[in-house]
Unconditional design. Structure first.
Lengths: 344, 248
């Protein structure tokens, strides 16, 4: 839309040109009544200046305050008051110039018409401003809305994919397939673990806060399955200080982080891998540290591989409105992810 | 006797293949390998007829490993889920098995291999196109895997300054030096991200962020000067492409 592309400076320019045209027109009219050009110009410039001050006031007013439907009457009152002010100022200021008795009479007689033209001009300005700013506002709201919708869609997709975890699921089934042949007991155990894990994933509500011990229990199911898959290559260490088992955190928050740690640990090195998870309480925060070995030289660029980390950061932001709750460090072939959960 | 290798990082997954293979007395498994490096070594050592290969493996994946093999044997892929990989297989692999697979499905793959082996039509060309399709997966075009002597080197594409045709090879130039890869310029032109890399000459592909200056050189041709100071000839068509990408 053409009007939406109007920049403030362009708008100001158009406003100034209108003022000049207005003043020129008024000067021409006064001149045609038989007054000399000096008189006509002084009168018109002063009137135009007063009018532009009034227009600027109404425009500024509307920029920060949009009248709702019921209060347009106040806008009209505002315009009338400003028009009255302009006319009164002209009435008291113009006689100061001493242009003679004939001019003073003319001024007196033309006050009514001045009042009405001022009112019309200011009203016109008010209308344009109201339209312009309401449209601007509308556009911004629209933008925010589409952005929010997009985010919601992304989150939903992410959740779906997170729940499905096709790789994990199919590989686990393949391991079970192998175990059935020579270790049926273990195959049966793994089926139970896998079902418990999937059931837990499905029933978890994203918005819910759960205790760390519950979350770790769920995580353990996952880790046990992964250990069967990868055999001796995967070790885990879970430690939890004092009473942090009671501490609350958003459900399913650790899962993508641990998954990430396992993925990078296992696919970045060929040796045995220890993934450690440590929880502690510090000044009203539950702090969870997840560490995995990685190879800085050959590590794939992180961005492409997972919405894991960024998804967790986003969730923390959505729940706690803070961006400083997750940090990652990489040194000495160890990758560390630390998250802090405020305890209310 | 058909000599085979199993390359998969999950011990249980290898076990399934071993178990299913017991029915085929004519196939002998020479070795089981837990990652691509081991697999590469074993292929060079044994020169097998057939390999069973997983895609997702530590360090280098199955496709990357296969790229490094001079004369690849017949391959039956066994993988869980990867839409790009599946696309690649569908078009060009001897067969691919989606985990978990049944004994019947496995037998079918073996029969397919046996039929092809007796028909004696080697398929290096097929493997080439397979790898090209697989290389278009987002995970894959972030890095280039090369062999230097007996070692395998993984180069992140951000570290690549330019690529230069070198007889039957392509030389990948990074700050650490040049690495040879047995691929064609066309292969790289197709698989590298076109927003990052541009073929400016029959024998050169350059990384766009590396360009610092473009100077005219003789008639119709230019020279691109990279951050490293390297001077790369730019042909007339290459210059037209560059102008479009850089918006000049």
């Amino acid at each position: 839309m053409a009007s939406s592309q109007l920049s403030p400076s362009k708008l100001f320019g158009a406003f100034a040109i209108c003022g000049v045209v207005w003043a020129a027109l008024q000067a021409y009219i006064i001149n045609s009544f038989g007054f000399v050009w000096v008189t006509a110009l002084t009168d018109s410039i002063l009137s135009a200046l007063l009018l532009s001050v009034a227009c600027w006031l109404i425009n500024n007013n509307l920029r920060y305050y949009q009248p709702d439907k019921g209060s347009y009457i106040y806008l009209i009152i505002w315009c009338a008051a400003l028009a009255g002010g302009c006319t009164a100022a002209a009435r008291w200021l113009l006689p100061l110039f001493d242009f003679g008795q004939v001019y003073l009479n003319f001024l007196q007689q033309s006050l009514t018409i001045r009042l009405f033209t001022d009112f019309l001009a200011i009203g016109w300005m008010a209308m344009i401003s109201a339209l312009f700013y309401s449209q601007l506002d509308h556009k911004k709201t629209e933008q925010r809305k589409t952005e929010a919708e997009k985010l919601a869609r992304d989150a939903e997709l992410y959740n779906l994919r997170q729940q499905l975890q096709p790789h994990f699921l199919f590989n686990s089934l393949n391991s079970i397939n192998a175990l059935i042949g020579f270790k049926p007991d273990q195959a049966r155990k793994m089926i139970h673990q896998l079902s418990d894990f999937l059931r837990g994933t499905l029933k978890k509500d994203d918005q819910l806060l759960v205790s760390l011990s519950d979350e770790l229990q769920h995580l353990n199911l996952y880790l046990e399955i992964e250990k069967v898959r990868f055999g001796h290559r995967l070790q885990t260490e879970i430690s939890c200080d004092g009473n942090c088992g009671e501490a609350l955190l958003p459900s399913m928050l650790l899962q993508p982080l641990v998954e990430n740690a396992i993925k990078f640990g296992l696919y970045d090195t060929t040796e045995a891998v220890t993934v450690s998870i440590r929880g502690e309480i510090e000044d009203q925060y539950l702090i969870i540290m997840i560490q995995n070995p990685y190879d800085p030289k050959t590590s794939r660029p992180r961005k492409g591989t997972g919405f894991g980390l960024s998804g967790v950061q986003r969730r923390l932001y959505l729940i706690f409105a803070r961006n400083d709750l997750m940090e990652t460090h990489a040194n000495d072939n160890i990758f560390t992810t630390i998250i802090k959960i405020p305890q209310l | 006797m058909i000599r085979a290798l199993i390359i998969d990082d999950e011990p249980l997954a290898r076990m399934v293949v071993l178990e299913y293979l017991q029915a085929f007395k004519q196939i002998e498994v020479l070795q089981e390998c837990g990652d691509g490096f081991e697999g590469l070594k074993a292929i060079q050592q044994h020169q097998p007829d057939l390999i069973f290969l997983d895609v997702q493996m530590p360090k280098i994946n199955g496709f990357e490993m296969l790229e490094l093999v001079e004369d690849p044997p017949a391959v039956i892929f066994a993988t869980a889920f990867d839409e790009y990989a599946i696309k690649a297989f569908e078009a060009h692999a001897i067969d691919y098995l989606l985990k978990p697979f049944s004994k019947e499905r496995f037998d079918k793959a073996i029969e397919k291999y046996l039929a092809q082996a007796t028909a004696a039509t080697p398929a290096p060309k097929q493997t080439e196109t397979l790898l090209e399709t697989a290389a278009q997966s987002p995970a894959q075009n972030e890095r280039i895997v090369v062999k230097t002597g007996t070692k395998v080197k993984i180069i992140a594409v951000q570290d690549v300054e330019y690529l230069q045709a070198d007889d039957d090879y392509v030389s990948v130039i990074t700050a650490e030096g040049a690495f040879l890869k047995n691929k064609t310029m066309n292969f790289f032109e197709k698989t590298l991200d076109p927003r990052q890399f541009i073929r400016v000459h029959r024998s050169y592909i350059i990384a766009i962020p590396q360009i610092t200056r473009l100077d005219p050189y003789e008639k119709d041709s230019h020279i691109a000067i990279l951050k490293s100071g390297a001077k790369i000839p730019v042909s007339k068509t290459g210059y037209a492409k560059l102008k479009q990408v850089l918006g000049i």
